[in-house]
Design a protein around this ligand. Structure first.
Ligand code: ZN
Ligand code: MN
Length: 525
């Protein structure tokens, strides 16, 4: 029997609001002392009233628009009751049957095919505090600073078909949160947390079998590894002839009134909740989950339900959201012919993407104003747009970004503007300088700024491409190395590299290695 995994994800994203979900407490907790960013409201003291954070509502709507959700006209908050030491009120204010949005999707490209991962719902809720278990103490500590911080929970449908796909979905969602500027979504800081739901089923069936839920996966790696482990564990159970999470009781010992006449066995599906043990590299059973009824959801009596008027909804739908990662990816492919890993560097880094686009447009105007290159801006773009874009991409990602990183300079504080960068690339494109010289110029630009032609004049970096000048240098190299010339002519051809090196050295790196090689072969023959 061939089995396939069925995976759904529940993601909690911490929203970047200034204050908490229902009170004015600060959410910037990096330097806050434990239990300093709290107030009677987020501590749930009697007589206090929560007030909804408007920015959190706006952020949720932005996410709804980006992920194609149907935005609910009516929505409300509910109490989800459960006890946990870091939940000061003994309940969490969340949203149950009327979430902010329903039936969205995130478009992805899986093995070259477009796939829309369906998302069931998105709702707002508040975070809990934090428990700390110091190793040298026999009691635990609790810090309530985080209690009441706004969270947005995103629940996908069980439509993800592999651990790698789950990881990719999470990475794309993280990027989206950053594009929308609603969360930094840093997993290692707990700003984005993920629970993975997984079951297996025989290929060809569409029903769902009991799932296990793996809680609090705090890295992409943990998510992928935990799901892979569960597939292995559940496969072994299937292979034993049992179904994971399904408990079959043969003899029923129920009170008479509950027993159904003639029934010999009873099947119950358990919701197994697992944790991921990073050291042991395996999932471990934490508990068999309470059912929904155990949470005793009821409408939050202290917060009136919300209704968005038709005018509100129109305004929300028309509100501006930035170009989304997948839109940018598509546009870079269609407009510039840019795809692949280097392009992905731009998709992940908005300012680098904007910079590259500026370089490309500057580049086209530079090229059209260069005497050696024929044609108008449009003609050049028509003829060579793809090549120009790839050159710009490569110079920005592989040269400029690397040089800036080496110097610890942020692109936004860089002295190399798109116009000067474009001029430099133009010089390479028109073979005025070779790429070794260009690199030298770029290093100077990174350090001191300035435009490339001035740097060339000041530093005498013009390429020696005049064959007459080069011939003189080659004459010198040949004269200086009679032994090597004999060996080369006797058949030791790899020596050519040595002659090229010597010539480069004499030309102070200004010659084009390609041209040198051609001239040398000719002369040595
Ligand atoms: Zn508070
Ligand atoms: Mn939740």
């Amino acid at each position: 029997m061939k089995l396939e995994p069925v995976i759904g994800l529940e993601i909690h994203v911490q929203l970047k609001t200034k204050s908490k979900m229902f009170c004015g407490c600060d959410t910037n907790l990096e330097y806050a002392k434990p239990n300093s960013a709290i107030c009677p409201i987020c501590m749930g003291q009697p007589g206090t009233l929560p007030v909804v954070n408007h920015t959190a509502i706006n952020f949720a709507h932005r996410i709804c628009l980006a992920l194609n959700f149907k935005i609910n006209k009516y929505t409300k908050f509910d109490r989800k009751n459960y006890f946990y030491p870091d939940l000061p009120k003994g309940y969490q204010i969340s949203q149950y049957e009327l979430p902010m949005g329903e039936n969205g999707y995130l478009p992805m490209v899986i093995k070259g095919e477009e796939k829309k991962i369906a998302i069931e719902r998105i709702h707002l809720e508040e975070d809990t505090g934090k428990l700390i278990h110091p190793k040298d103490l026999d009691y635990s500590l609790v810090d309530y600073n985080r209690a009441g911080t706004p969270l947005c929970e995103i629940v996908t449908k069980p439509e993800i078909s592999s651990p790698a796909e789950a990881k990719k979905f999470m990475q794309e969602l993280q990027l989206l949160m950053r594009y929308l500027e609603v969360s930094d979504a840093e997993m290692e800081n707990g700003q984005m947390r993920c629970d993975g739901n997984i079951s297996l089923r025989p290929i060809g069936e569409d029903k769902l079998y009991p799932k296990t839920e793996i809680k609090n996966l705090n890295s992409f790696k943990a998510l992928e590894k935990a799901l892979e482990y569960e597939i292995k564990r559940q496969t072994e159970i299937w292979e034993r002839g049992a179904i994971p999470g399904r408990v079959v009781t043969k003899e029923i010992k129920l009170p008479l009134t509950y027993a159904i006449k003639g029934q010999k066995e009873i099947i119950t599906d358990q919701q197994e909740t697992m944790g991921w043990d990073e050291n042991k590299n395996q999932t471990v059973l934490q508990r068999v989950k309470e059912t929904l009824a155990d949470y005793r959801y009821f409408p939050e009596p202290d917060i009136p339900p919300m209704e968005f008027s038709d005018a509100d909804l129109k305004r929300i739908e028309k509100s501006q959201i930035p170009e989304l990662p997948w839109q940018k990816r598509k546009r870079f492919r269609d407009q510039f012919g840019l795809v692949g890993d280097e392009t992905e560097v731009l998709i992940q880094n908005e300012s680098l993407a904007n910079y590259t686009e500026n370089v490309i447009s500057e580049l086209v105007s530079w090229l059209s104003s260069t005497s050696e290159i024929e044609g108008t801006t449009e003609e050049i773009w028509e003829r060579d747009g793809g090549k120009i874009s790839k050159m710009a991409l490569s110079w920005v990602v592989n040269r400029l970004k690397v040089a800036l990183d080496n110097q610890g300079i942020d692109l936004n504080n860089s002295k190399v503007g798109p116009e000067n960068m474009a001029e430099l690339i133009t010089l390479v494109y028109g073979s005025r300088i070779n790429s070794t010289t260009a690199q030298k110029i770029l290093d100077i630009m990174v350090e001191n700024g300035g435009d490339p032609s001035q740097i060339i004049e000041a530093g005498d970096l013009n390429q020696v491409s005049d064959k007459k000048d080069l011939s003189t240098i080659i004459d010198q190299v040949i004269a200086k190395n009679p032994e090597q010339v004999k060996e080369y002519q006797a058949g030791k051809l790899p020596l050519l590299k040595y002659f090229v090196g010597q010539t480069m050295k004499l030309s102070k790196g200004k010659a084009d290695p390609q041209v040198i090689e051609e001239l040398l072969i000719e002369r040595l023959r």
